[in-house]
Design a protein around this ligand. Structure first.
Ligand code: PEP
Ligand code: MN
Length: 334
């Protein structure tokens, strides 16, 4: 249920209502907009007298929300959430670019790529330290050492770092990571999501390989229900019968999610396609359909990459892409 307060109702005027609602064993999520405040009621509202609340002088209207996701629902929070990381901002008309290799391989590799993507305009550096590989015999990442190398690259370039967590056991290693990524394979690792909900730092949540948008939003809800509201959603392609591409990029998810949620939505055209020559067209399409950012794999030597070389751009290809994305953004804003 949401309670929309009349314009001009201040903190003191609304507090008795909030206290009363909390007394009914309901959680109250307060969203203060420029003009109106919306109270989102979380819990079993079946017993709540809607007419009584609607009759109060401070209340504009009361609506039942049947969607199972509440905190991330746009009805609860009509204004876009903006997630800030250093100077970069995602959402609310802001666009940010994350780039870097699939995996951190060495200090030289990560620092070289970090400098190159920064020069091309990327605002954040990605790099996997813990890698969720399909085969246990493939490179599994440099783990703790990989995170240390990312910090060196951050110190050299000033770029905030984004890296994937696979287990709550490793949480302490991520204390000084700027954005924690939850990969597609862990989108429904509910225990992990709950722990990340206790943090107060941005979480990049990727859509699962075969998950609906409702399931995706329920996973964001796990994080937000713990009080961490800094969630960035990432569409990275889903499994379909098509196998020329690694996955099928569901671009309609971007405007659909924007209708359903106030959270920023970015796109990963690298994992979505699995092919370097499809990354540019899909990145441009993502910018055109309203994505709030992009995460793209870039490697200084894709032929010898330890992971995902086939979908990795060379730095100069990334620089050309970034320039075209900026042009599409300008046209889309017309
Ligand atoms: C990644 O970004 O390195 C990754 C493994 O992506 P996904 O979880 O989307 O497969
Ligand atoms: Mn990868």
């Amino acid at each position: 249920m949401i309670v929309i307060l009349k314009p001009g109702v201040n903190h003191d005027m609304r507090q008795p209502l909030i206290d009363w609602l909390k007394g009914q064993k309901l959680g109250v999520h307060i969203s203060e907009g420029d003009y109106q405040t919306v109270l989102g009621l979380i819990g079993d509202t079946a017993h709540v007298d809607m007419d009584l609340i609607a009759s109060l002088g401070i209340v504009d209207s009361v609506k039942r929300v049947t969607d199972p996701f509440k905190c991330c629902n746009r009805k609860f929070h009509p204004e876009d959430t903006v997630v800030s990381v250093g100077e970069a901002k995602f959402g609310g008309g802001n666009f940010a670019m994350i780039a870097g290799p699939c995996s951190v391989e060495s200090e030289e590799q990560i620092v070289t790529v970090a400098k190159a993507v920064k020069a091309a305009g990327a605002q954040l550096l990605r790099g996997g330290a813990f890698k969720p590989r399909t085969s246990p015999y493939d490179f599994q990442g440099l783990k703790a050492e990989g995170i240390e190398l990312l910090k060196i690259a951050r110190a050299e370039t000033g770029l905030p770092i984004v890296t994937e967590i696979m287990s709550i056991e490793h949480l302490s290693l991520f204390e000084d990571v700027d954005v924690i990524q939850v990969g597609a394979r862990n989108m429904q690792n509910f225990d992990l999501l709950r722990h990340l909900g206790q943090l107060r730092k941005p979480i990049l949540l990727k859509r699962g390989l075969a998950n609906t948008l409702k399931e995706f939003l329920m996973s964001a809800e796990y994080i937000m229900a713990g009080g961490n509201e800094q969630v960035i959603l990432c569409e990275r392609g889903i499994r379909t019968f098509e196998d020329y591409t690694r996955n099928t990029l569901d671009l309609a998810a971007v405007p659909m999610l924007h209708q359903l949620t106030h959270l920023p939505v970015i796109v990963d055209p690298s994992h979505a396609t699995g092919r370097a020559n499809l990354v540019l067209p899909m990145a441009l399409a993502s910018a055109a359909c309203g994505a709030d950012g992009l995460i793209i794999e870039v490697h200084n030597d894709p032929m010898h990459a330890l992971c995902d070389g086939a979908q990795s751009l060379r730095p100069e290809e990334y620089a050309a892409l970034a320039e075209k994305v900026r042009a599409v953004r300008e046209v889309s804003a017309l």
